[in-house]
Design a protein around this ligand. Structure first.
Ligand code: GLU
Length: 440
């Protein structure tokens, strides 16, 4: 395995030095428990048969069933899915969820598929991986370019195969199919609670804080509007088509309305881009200036207080890290910063709040959904949001404390915290010193 995973594993090597865990635990965590590559044949609307490659990796299940999303994206490959499953392992441990880490994906550009083809692909993927997953074994969820409706099709398909009713095999489902209130907003709200915990410690008040957000999907768009409502000055946003910038601040509520207006149906990929809103400048800024069109690369190096990469991995690398001007980066995407870039940012005094903490709100409410499915008893939105908030704040405080005490980065602190929990669960099954130790 090369590339992304090799880089991801470097974070583990750094944390090892500070965590009190046995060498055996580290040894176990070096490789995934199980990886599956499958072929998914799909009959296209024009009668042709196309095959897609799908993946599911169960990285580690020491603390419970593996848990993680499913991504539909042209770049999906085994290296990426394995890295994402590795990150899920640590993310679940940081939040103390009784889960290990997993991830899945299909290499496809879903925007090129019709709704019928998308449904057939979703069901075909589950046909291919059904024996690998299960409500007590490996629980899937949405990720990049998958949504509640797709999760619903997948749950259906799983249940058809096993001839049962297992809503807990997948989270992020539509509400009417056993989904949880608050799951749609969970990743963004979780990031917001982490920001609200950390930013006051650094002396940032919302009205005086400028923010740039790369990515306007489920996490990026909802976080942008939550920050806007809280009084932050969101000066730049972008999506896969590019971005817009206005030093006076953008009116996020209007951008969202504009994007939603071009949504034909909620389940289908949005054809609009944040860039189109430039045609309606009066909607965007109080001062009625026209936002500037910028590229995704330009957004990353803007002179802002807070930078939020909320799109894909590998966005800040050794190539552009030196040009970053933000003071604090909250990683809402998984893996947006490479380990080389980490070092450069660190030398520049830029604080990075890591993905395995910042974006853990999504899987936290996925856990709540799974609990509700098992109990058959559903919570109010207030209960979900309140439980999410208290968990995010408590675990963010713990990571902050470890970083302060050990004088390490927040990323290494989050890994140390997670590693300690995973290591304890591994060592509870016996270690070399137990088996060869005191009693012999
Ligand atoms: N895909 C999300 C993540 O990367 C959510 C995973 C889940 O809910 O299981 O954290």
């Amino acid at each position: 395995m090369s590339g992304l995973f090799t880089d991801a594993a470097k974070r583990l090597a750094k944390a090892m030095v500070y965590a009190m865990v046995s060498e055996e635990s580290i040894e176990r965590l070096k490789t995934p428990k199980e990886s599956l590559i499958v072929r998914i044949p799909v009959r296209m609307d024009n009668g042709e048969l196309r095959t897609f490659q799908g993946y599911r990796v169960r990285y580690d299940d020491t603390r419970g069933p593996t848990k993680g999303g499913i991504r539909f994206h042209p770049q999906v490959n085994l290296d990426e899915v394995q890295s994402l499953a590795f990150w899920m392992t640590f993310k679940c441990a940081v939040l103390n969820l009784p889960f290990g880490g997993g991830k899945g994906g299909v290499a496809v550009d879903p925007k090129q598929l019709s709704r019928f083809e998308l449904e057939r692909l979703s069901r075909g993927y589950i046909d291919a991986i059904a024996s690998f997953i299960g409500p007590d074994k490996d629980i899937a969820a949405p990720d990049v370019y998958t949504n509640a409706m797709i999760m619903g099709w997948m749950m259906d398909q799983y249940n058809t195969i096993v001839r049962g009713l297992n809503p807990g095999v997948i989270t992020g489902k539509p509400l009417s199919m056993g989904g949880s209130l608050g799951r749609e907003t969970a990743t963004a709200f979780g990031s917001f609670f982490t920001m609200q915990t950390i930013l006051p410690k650094l002396g940032y008040a919302p009205e005086k804080t400028t923010v740039a957000i790369q990515g306007f999907g489920n996490a990026g768009s909802i976080l942008a509007s939550r920050l806007f409502e809280a009084g932050y000055k969101v000066v730049a946003v972008s999506d896969s088509q590019g971005g817009i910038y206005d030093a006076n601040g953008l009116k996020i509520s209007c951008i969202l309305r504009e994007k939603e207006a071009s949504h034909a149906l909620k389940s289908v990929y949005c054809p609009g881009s944040v860039r189109q809103t430039v045609d309606h400048p009066q909607l965007l800024t109080p001062e009625m200036t026209k936002p500037q069109l910028i590229t995704n690369e330009e957004l990353l190096t803007l002179d802002v207080d807070i930078l939020i990469p909320a799109a894909l991995e590998n966005q800040i690398t050794e190539k552009n890290a030196a040009a970053i001007q933000a003071k604090v980066i909250f990683e809402v995407a998984n893996g947006p910063i490479t380990s080389d870039a980490d070092d450069i940012l660190d030398r520049k005094g830029i604080l990075v709040v890591p993905d395995i903490l910042t974006n853990a709100g999504g899987v936290t409410v996925s856990y709540f959904e799974w609990v509700q499915n098992r109990a058959g008893y559903y919570w109010s939105l207030e209960e979900v949001n309140q439980k999410l908030e208290s968990r995010m704040i408590a675990e963010t405080e713990q990571v902050w404390k470890i970083a302060q005490e050990k004088k390490i980065s927040l990323r290494t602190a989050a890994y140390v915290y997670a590693l300690t929990r995973i290591g304890e669960a591994m060592d509870a099954r016996g270690t070399k010193s137990y088996f060869l130790g005191a009693n012999r």
